[in-house]
Design a protein around this ligand. Sequence first.
Ligand code: 8DG
Ligand code: CA
Ligand code: CA
Length: 451
Amino acid sequence: MKAIVTPQWLQDSVKSGRLLPYGSYVAIRDLEDETSRNQDTSSGSSFYSRSGAERESSWQTEQDELIDATEVELLLHNAKYSCLRPSPLVCPNQSLVKEIDIIRRGRNIEGEERSMLSYSRAISLTPHVITEHNIQDLRKLPFLGEKILSMIEEFLKTGRITEAQKMLADPRFQSLSAFTTIHGIGPHTARRLYDLGLRTLEELERYYEVKPGVSDEETMSLLDAAASANTEAAVEQSINIGLALRHDLSQTIPREEVEEINRTIMRELSHIQKGCKSVIAGGYRRGKPQSNDVDIVITHTDWNLGSQKVKGLCKKLVQRLHEQGFVTHVMHLSGFHKHNALRTHHWDSLEKALTVFVWRHDSSRRRVHRRVDLIFAAPEVFWTAVVGWTGSTMFERDLRLWAKQQKGMKFDSSGISRRHDSKLYHPRTERDVFKVLGLVYIHPTLRNADA
Ligand code: 8DG
Ligand code: CA
Ligand code: CA
């Protein structure tokens, strides 16, 4: 039997550190009505005016606002893979998680991948309450190393981890951290810039000859160079844009604005192609009140013809958004070659554009530039794309690992395939994605396996 409960059940359970009896949380109101109102507000308006017949064959609906408590009970709190565990947005150990995350960031910017991963893993493993009394339970987890365990112990005793505090005070850590906040600057580039003697973002601005707030809008030249995306010049360009707009781009985006951006983009899209729909993925979908950028996954509602209809749409949409004054820059555009055989740079082979969005002058709001990622997927891979772009990063990593190590399958945003015979799966719902991978469904708000 299913027990459909309100999100409050989850919040209260998290607060008390255990799953509560769900009796008083059951969503007893007219479910049909409730779910259609609560349904992904991210869908384009055309999506709402579906006819009864369309509703019948609704591979596109995903009523994921309410939570099935019986399902949550099936999740394993101590599992190795985070795609088997419930990870709420805010966990009772949030201050411990933040402290470990400082060390994780330190490892990341120094390029110490393996070490960084074990801190990521430790972070994803701490949603349940850890106290001095149950630290013995933690010690039983074979995948938490001695070093991290002693850090947790130190934190429980003193409320601090010495290594994290040292790191925060380290000027090199401070410079590299600041550099990697700029879009296009990864740990490697950050270290290269540091080695050139650069220390602050102001120095970076001078080095790149960028004026804050001003960026030459050569954006569409990038569009034409689409095939060469990820060339050095393109990366350089995106660093320039990221630096020039850094004061805007460092401001987080509230949920209402995320939704409004999605509505606006879907309205513009409907002028090019009718019948498309979207889901806002990323942190927004995991319930974050503020987002650093907006991730919109788009497809066509026609299961059979949709694949044809979304082809080439990404570029057309970006062009239109630019003409209409909504998109000022394109930092990256990819997926226009049929297949990326080597799959070295990209995570998937979907058409996508990483853009800078801004409200037009005639709009009453202040013009803050926002990062918006647009991802186009054929209907057959729409839900894998949504799962792939919902995150969190650790959740995604473990999803790929789980598929490979436990199921002999390959998962990425552009599809699920079986390794031995390359059979492709075409899930019709998000639940199907989990089913194909042999996983209990995990509600998006329980996929917050990162700090
Ligand atoms: P926020 O910082 O934006 O608020 O949080 P987020 O939404 O969790 O972070 P994100 O950086 O926007 O990443 C969202 C998810 O998208 C993340 O789980 C990983 C995934 N993702 C990328 N880049 C790519 C990519 O190129 N391909 C695919 N398939 N997934 C990607 O970040
Ligand atoms: Ca995001
Ligand atoms: Ca993003």
